[in-house]
Write a protein that binds this ligand. Structure first.
Ligand SMILES: Cc1cc2nc3c(=O)[nH]c(=O)nc-3n(C[C@H](O)[C@H](O)[C@H](O)COP(=O)(O)OP(=O)(O)OC[C@H]3O[C@@H](n4cnc5c(N)ncnc54)[C@H](O)[C@@H]3O)c2cc1C
Ligand code: SF4
Length: 328
């Protein structure tokens, strides 16, 4: 690993200023993704600016009954927080489905959102990869893409976003608070992560030096129920092959509201707006759930080795909606 300097920032402005001074520096959260990528030679920052004591580690109620989660909150603390477990169970479930207890104890909310793809070519510096080295090519299109995208991908990159937490946040319609060089701003989710297009090296809409300071969750109606379901190759310590986060509000057998996002199928946590539209105001039945899933997945353009994800995503969504109705 290339030698690097280390500094601990004392506040958000100082962290942003530190990166402005050293353009090849990076923020350090728990380090559970970044340090691995440094060891592999995928990234080689000349300095790490530790932001774990800058980005707030607290979870607080907002004035409009939402929650404000500091970017420095550890994944384990987020999943265990009573307000998260009670009001946003799918977020707690999503976080607990990721990584291992030890990694969740280290990993932060900000770092989790910005973790990089697990495409094996991206992590192997002996191989070309447009995301790591723009213009070098995408061997995954012709090579190993079983776990990669079926929707929204481009010829330049077919990677998927690996975060489980981000899928729940996209379904919830969270807002990401950002401190940049020219002040603070808010970025909606979905909207933080971007599709690859012809710039797959850019995972998000963030600008160089932007610091995530918090994530805000909107209030949910008390009648809404939510669930995260993840299909993976091993029962733990494995990324999603397909996952879904669903919040559902049913009254008198009719879907009043729903919010759905998929993981493991796209370069972004994929908000399923077409499925949501197809469900709202219709009877909460298995046939309706299947029609809604098909409406969303009609956009899928799978590669030769990952066509199985289309029926898998449909079944996971239908099963999760059905579970939510049966347990309400
Ligand atoms: C074996 C293993 C299995 C895993 N399985 C899963 C899984 O199933 N599901 C899942 O979702 N995740 C999984 N993970 C990934 C894990 O969740 C991430 O590594 C972790 O969430 C990253 O958080 P961190 O704080 O350690 O980030 P870091 O590694 O510190 O940083 C990640 C990136 O975010 C940037 N960054 C950090 N904080 C900020 C900030 N506040 N503002 C701006 N930029 C910032 C860093 O510069 C870096 O680019 C797994 C990891 C491992 C090692
Ligand atoms: S899918 Fe994306 S990350 Fe993977 S090799 Fe192709 S360009 Fe690189």
């Amino acid at each position: 690993m290339r030698p690097f300097a280390y500094q601990r920032a004392t506040d958000a402005q100082a962290a942003v200023a530190a990166l402005a001074e050293r353009p090849n520096a990076m923020y350090l959260g728990g380090g559970t993704n970044l340090v691995d990528l440094m060891r592999l030679g995928v990234v080689s920052p000349d300095a790490l600016v530790d932001v774990t004591r800058v980005a707030s580690g607290t979870v607080e109620d907002t004035a409009d009954d939402g929650l404000l989660i500091g970017a420095g909150v550890r994944n384990s603390d987020l999943a265990a927080h009573p307000a998260v477990r009670r009001r946003y169970p799918m977020l707690a479930e999503a976080v607990l489905s990721g990584a291992s207890g030890q990694i969740r104890n280290m990993a932060t909310v900000g770092g989790n959102l910005l973790q990089r793809t697990r495409c094996s070519y991206f992590q192997d510096v002996s191989k070309p990869c447009n995301k790591r080295q723009p213009g070098s090519g995408c061997p995954a299109v012709e090579g190993d893409h079983r776990n990669l995208a079926i929707i929204g991908q481009s010829a330049a990159c077919v990677a998927t976003h690996p975060s489980d937490m981000a899928v729940a946040l996209a379904a919830l319609g969270a807002t990401v608070h950002v401190q940049g060089r020219s002040g603070t701003r808010q970025v909606p989710m979905p909207g933080l992560h971007r599709l690859p297009g012809d710039e797959p090296d850019r995972d998000t809409v963030l600008e160089p030096g932007d610091l995530i300071t918090a994530v805000e969750l909107p209030a949910l109606p008390p009648t809404i129920r939510s669930k995260y379901r993840k299909v993976r190759d091993r029962v733990s310590f494995a990324f999603a092959v397909v996952s879904v986060a669903v919040a559902l509000d049913v009254a008198d057998g009719v879907v009043r509201d729903c919010r759905i996002a998929f993981g493991g199928i796209a370069h972004v946590p994929w908000r399923a707006r077409l499925a949501e539209e197809a469900l709202r105001g219709t009877p909460a039945t298995a046939a309706g759930f299947t029609r809604a899933a098909d409406a969303e997945l009609a956009q899928a353009r799978p590669l030769p080795e990952n066509g199985f994800k289309v029926p898998l995503a449909r079944n996971v969504l239908v099963r999760t909606l059905t579970d939510l109705v049966e347990t309400s």
